[in-house]
Ligand binder design. Structure first.
Ligand SMILES: *Cc1c(COP(=O)(O)O)cnc(C)c1O
Length: 362
């Protein structure tokens, strides 16, 4: 991302900060497959401590983190309960089925990002020779599809109690767990204390170029480690990457309220514009969804193309048929970038001006 481009497509677009690049250049490294990389070892220790877990494991991506966790918990033919809109179900190429033969049992995600507790209870299979064995419940925190809703500790405790009562494991896809912690004003460890495993991304709002971390008990991490190796995730001098990840943990986790403020600034700005529907009250972290109304003078793909061509603003349509767009804020989006985005959108959505521009384009 160059300075002049305003990239609101995702928080994955965050490039490493100058401080990260310098730390990467100077990182002490070793062969991490031999356990010899001091920077990886430090990252894993600090991540485990921050999450209140015994051990942690650096992995190449969030997908690898979730997959290593699911495969460490479940055997072939076993079932995991998770949201229909969960990243693990929708956006990970069916990897749990592909590599683990794990069957998903999906439930609707509610507007607040939670799964209904009674529906979870009902989805758990009984002891019957016809049924697959339920092994795992997965929650996503924040729940990206629900305006990045943070799931609070008491809800997680309720799900964990259900899991414990039925001898199930609880995994939290915490790709944005530090956004959740920031929004709720609690430590991330508070949000995962009842979970058997958690994965989180260093490479989203935390700005690192590559990587995620899985955390849990020492025994769980040993199994996840073996799965990681089998997936080709044994990396050698990966301390180059962990050096950036340490800055993510130490510094970037502490500034996420800024991204939540810019998301809110954006949502409040578009809520004032004609042809836009959004729900400012749902914006609690760094994700905003909006829809264009049916009578809008412009379609969402057109809006996105014009913002890019005329203003260098990148914004991806989420569902063209629903006329919806998803916007994420992050480290490289400052309040003045939001202001520029809002004025560009105002220009495009003003019907008189939009009509004049369409005439001149014909
Ligand atoms: C980004 C993300 C992941 C992991 O994605 P990768 O692209 O594999 O790093 C997992 N879960 C959620 C909710 C995410 O947003």
């Amino acid at each position: 991302m160059t300075m002049s481009v305003i990239d609101l497509r995702s928080d994955t677009v965050t490039v490493p900060t100058p401080e990260m690049r310098e730390a990467m250049a100077n990182a002490q490294v070793g062969d991490d497959v031999f356990g010899d990389d001091p920077t990886i070892n430090l990252l894993q220790e600090e991540a485990a401590a921050m999450l209140g877990k015994e051990a942690a494991l650096f992995v190449a991506s969030g997908t690898m983190g979730n997959l290593s966790s699911v495969l460490a918990h479940c055997a072939r033919g076993e079932e995991m309960i998770l949201g229909k809109d969960a990243h693990i179900f929708r956006y990970e190429a069916g990897s749990a089925a592909m590599y683990g033969g794990v069957q998903p049992n999906t439930l609707p995600v509610q507007a607040d990002g939670t799964l209904d507790l009674n529906q979870i209870r009902r989805a758990i299979r009984g002891n019957n020779v016809h049924f697959p064995t339920t092994r795992l419940i997965c929650l996503e925190n924040t729940q990206a599809s629900a305006f990045g809703a943070p799931l609070p500790p008491d809800y997680i405790a309720d799900v964990a109690n259900i899991a414990r009562d039925h001898n199930l494991k609880l995994h939290i896809d915490g790709a944005r767990i530090f956004n959740a912690a920031t929004a709720l004003g609690v430590e991330a460890s508070e949000l995962v204390k009842d979970a058997d495993s958690v994965s989180f991304c260093l490479s989203k709002g935390l700005c690192a170029p590559v990587g995620s971390v899985v955390a849990g008990s020492r025994e769980f991490i040993e199994r996840a480690h073996r799965v990681r190796k089998s997936l080709g995730g044994g990396m050698r001098q990966a301390g180059i990457l962990a050096a950036a990840g340490l800055i993510s943990l130490r510094k970037m986790t502490r500034r996420l309220h800024e991204d939540h403020a810019t998301a809110r600034q954006f949502a409040e700005g578009i809520a004032q514009m004609p042809y836009i529907r959004t729900d400012v009250s749902r914006v609690k972290t760094n994700i905003v969804y909006f829809n264009l109304t049916a009578d809008a003078p412009i379609a969402v793909d057109e809006l996105s193309a014009r913002l890019k061509a005329d203003h260098g603003i990148l914004m991806r349509p989420y569902d063209v048929s629903e006329r919806s767009v998803r916007v994420l804020t992050h480290y490289w989006i400052k309040p003045e970038h939001v202001e520029r985005t809002l004025s560009a959108m105002r220009a495009l959505l003003d019907p008189v001006r939009a009509g004049r521009e369409r005439l001149s384009a014909d």
